[in-house]
Write a protein that binds this ligand. Structure first.
Ligand SMILES: Nc1ncnc2c1ncn2[C@@H]1O[C@H](COP(=O)(O)OP(=O)(O)OP(=O)(O)O)[C@@H](O)[C@H]1O
Length: 276
């Protein structure tokens, strides 16, 4: 049984009209409806995530990856009209319809998002440890010593110097800040982590170390992940299966090796060729 499955997930920014779906997408060559001007960020997306699996979502900027990832990760950003359903094995009903309290509980106990932009995920004036502790407190941890011990062990696990725990996060390097985000996401022992562009703003050598660290923890802890990236190298390293998005639609999917070695869609071939 799938851990998470999406059926027909659609997100439209703007008023929307009857022509929106037909006049956008891969064949239309745009995600903007020519009739009403709305942006069809993603439409008719079906996917499933198995326990312990890493699913990659790849596509160029604007293809709809973040809009989809936010829905899967129950982010509070509710912009746009949303249709379809997301089923999660450990909670009945459609995740897209849950109320505020349920959303909060799921985000603090089951499904974590690592934001593309560090500022969206961390308070840079807080200490690094404080950013991780905040997530533990939100999920019900209360004892000060227990929280500090857990934060220190998460720092070790994500390879951040524990002695920097009380320093303000803005004094950390970009790589360390990304690690704090990952530590924060893992703090609640989630079943699913959604990583949105995990390499944004990092040097190539730092990127590789952060991705290796995440892959190690993902395997050790048997956590499932959805990794969103414009970078084929990221999905090649992390993802078992990959979906390719363009103009808000999934245009190709399969085992990552197959998609990268034997792409069926012309656009995927172009993506791969332009990455070489
Ligand atoms: N709040 C919003 N209001 C209106 N349009 C939006 C909003 N958020 C995103 N969009 C539009 O939706 C489309 C998909 O954006 P999205 O950020 O999901 O793509 P992406 O593939 O994640 O791109 P990137 O990698 O650059 O973040 C884009 O055309 C974008 O301009």
């Amino acid at each position: 049984m799938s851990l998470l499955s999406a059926d027909g997930v659609t997100r439209i920014y703007g008023s929307g009209c009857e022509a929106c779906r037909d006049r956008t997408g891969d064949a239309a060559g745009t995600n903007q409806c020519p009739a009403c001007g709305s942006v069809v960020a993603c439409a008719d997306v079906d996917l499933d995530l198995q326990p312990r699996e890493v699913l990659g979502i790849v596509g160029e900027s604007g293809s709809g990856k973040s809009s989809l990832a936010e829905l899967l990760a129950l982010e509070p950003n509710q912009d746009g009209h949303v249709h379809g359903s997301v089923e999660y094995a450990n909670h009945p009903g459609n995740l897209l319809d849950v109320d505020y309290e349920t959303r909060h509980a799921l985000r603090n106990g089951h499904i974590s998002l690592v934001h593309q932009h560090i500022r969206d995920g961390l308070d840079l004036d807080f200490s690094g440890g404080g950013n991780v502790a905040e997530k533990l407190l939100a999920s019900g941890w209360r004892n000060y010593e227990d929280v500090r011990e857990r934060v220190a062990s998460l720092f070790e696990e994500t390879e951040i110097p524990v002695e920097r725990m009380d320093d303000p996060t803005h004094t950390y390097s970009g790589g360390m800040q990304r690690r704090v985000q990952i530590a924060r996401a893992l703090a609640i022992n989630p079943e699913i982590v959604v990583l949105d562009e995990p390499t944004t703003g990092l040097d190539v050598s730092v990127q590789a170390r952060v991705l290796d660290m995440f892959r190690r923890i993902q395997r050790e802890e048997d956590v499932a992940a959805i990794v969103v990236s414009h970078d084929l190298g990221v999905v090649r390293l992390l993802a078992d299966r990959t979906l390719v998005m363009r103009h808000g639609r999934v245009i190709e999917s399969g085992l990552t090796d197959r998609v990268l070695e034997d792409p069926h869609h012309e656009y995927t071939q172009t993506l791969i060729n332009s990455a070489i």
